[in-house]
Design a protein around this ligand. Structure first.
Ligand SMILES: [Mg+2]
Length: 358
């Protein structure tokens, strides 16, 4: 049956949160995502989710919806089997609308692999079918962070990610409280561009003085400040990860050639789907470590990320916890979760997740 794409639809996909999520860039009260569906001539429908977050991707829900609508002429009528050519076309025209592209590419690959009868983790390489995620604690008073860390450690989490970047002294207190509450958990720290290079080193020095060892520090300085990022990387023994500094494989190549970071944090919302494969290859070629992150996303986008990360392999740091903040579950299926382990080995075809309301 024909794999020709006959329809592309997009709508608002609003995800209320259990409680506001605070990072150095701002506070999120509800994720205003988008839901995309593509229909093939063979009757198969694929689903994709986009997570525009203005502070990071420079898009809003409404600009992302407009971008998907405007992309119809590049998608409808094409053969889904030509997914890489379609993705390249989209990247040329919608260069900065990465979450719109993410949703379209995801929906095409879901429909295609459903048609082929293979799960996406096998499409990506089948290295594994599961990942171990961390759990993130946002910016909040140290005492609250202490309670959260105790709770998550008791739930079986061994990795905690901590948001910092607003106030150096309070940041150190929060990390110390979490370390005390969950002494056996490995800690990642994410400043979301909130420090200068020297503040980042002062922060790391303070943790060092207290004997707190962290796994990595993510995006200490503004996204555009590659010199600052390199300065921190060269003056710290803690691995430094580039997140907002790397959207595309070109950005990744630049960071790799400059030696500006030790780790690259890849997200579907920044690189879309297929450019992730290019970034993965660059990191492996340059011996940079791989991390995967997410936005506040439902099990649809997060299941796609689990397929991708497990299938490609080689990711040392996994931060795919966006669904824990959701007040409602809008998706049927997707990964199975047991404490920190997310697995897709049971999926027979595609992503294996669908919206409850189509
Ligand atoms: Mg980050």
């Amino acid at each position: 049956m024909s794999l020709r794409i006959v329809d592309l639809q997009v709508k608002e996909f609003n995800l209320p949160l259990v409680e506001p999520f605070v990072i150095s860039l701002g506070t999120t009260y509800a994720a205003e995502n988008i839901l995309v569906s593509v229909e093939l001539e063979n009757g198969v429908t694929g689903y994709g989710e986009g997570a525009p977050f203005a502070y990071v991707t420079g898009e809003t829900q409404q600009t992302a919806i407009k971008a998907v609508e405007a992309a119809k002429s590049l998608v409808v009528g094409k053969d889904a089997g030509a997914y890489r050519a379609i993705a390249a076309d989209l990247a040329r025209t919608f260069r900065v609308q990465t979450s719109a592209r993410m949703a379209i590419e995801m929906a095409i690959l879901d429909a295609l692999t459903k048609s082929w009868g293979i799960p996406l983790y096998q499409f990506f390489g089948g290295v594994s079918d599961q990942v171990e995620t961390d759990i993130t604690i946002g910016i909040m008073p140290a005492a609250e962070a202490f309670d959260k860390a105790k709770y998550w450690a008791a739930q079986g989490f061994n990795h905690i990610k901590i948001k910092v970047g607003n106030d150096l002294a309070a940041d150190v207190e929060r990390v110390a409280a979490i370390h005390e509450a969950a002494p056996n958990c490995r800690l990642k720290v994410d400043a979301n561009q909130g420090y200068t290079a020297k503040e980042a080193l002062a922060f790391l020095h303070e943790l060092d003085k207290r004997g707190i060892v962290i796994e990595l520090l993510e995006q200490p300085v503004p996204a555009w400040d590659l010199k600052g990022l390199k300065f921190v990387t060269q003056n710290s023994t803690v691995p430094i990860a580039a997140d907002e500094s790397v959207f595309s494989s070109r950005d990744a190549l630049h960071v790799a050639m400059e030696g500006a970071a030790d780790v690259i944090n890849i997200k579907l919302a920044k690189a879309s789907v297929l450019d992730v494969v290019n970034i993965h290859a660059i990191c492996q070629s340059y011996n940079l470590e791989l991390m995967v992150g997410c936005m506040i996303e439902s099990r649809l986008a997060l299941s796609m990320a689990v397929h991708m990360v497990a299938g490609l392999g080689g990711f040392g740091y996994v931060d795919l916890d966006g669904f824990f903040s959701l007040a409602e579950e809008p998706i049927v299926g997707g990964f199975k979760q047991e404490a920190e382990v997310l697995s897709v080995g049971h999926v027979r075809a595609g992503i294996g997740a669908e919206p409850k309301e189509k």
